[in-house]
Design a protein around this ligand. Sequence first.
Ligand code: FES
Length: 99
Amino acid sequence: MPKTCVPVLQKTQSDENYVEGIVCKTDEIRENEMKSLDLGEGKILLVKQNGKLSAIGAKCTHYGAPLSTGALGNGRVRCPWHGACFNITTGDIEDFPGF
Ligand code: FES
């Protein structure tokens, strides 16, 4: 694998199963940028913050809003539709939607 590529491991239903793929070159994403990229078996949201790359699901678990159009905060992305917040490292929901 060329050094400039970003490998992504995506958790599936079981913790032992991962999907791995190359989604872009490291110089194709800037600091504090979010990109929705196709991993073959679905889209991921690739985020670069503090020089570290993270990948979580590209769609909000509430009603499926594209998280790439949300707001990136310190370690979290806020859904653009109803405001749920997701940890960019784990993908865990940290703030629930506000209707
Ligand atoms: S679709 Fe994301 S909080 Fe509702």
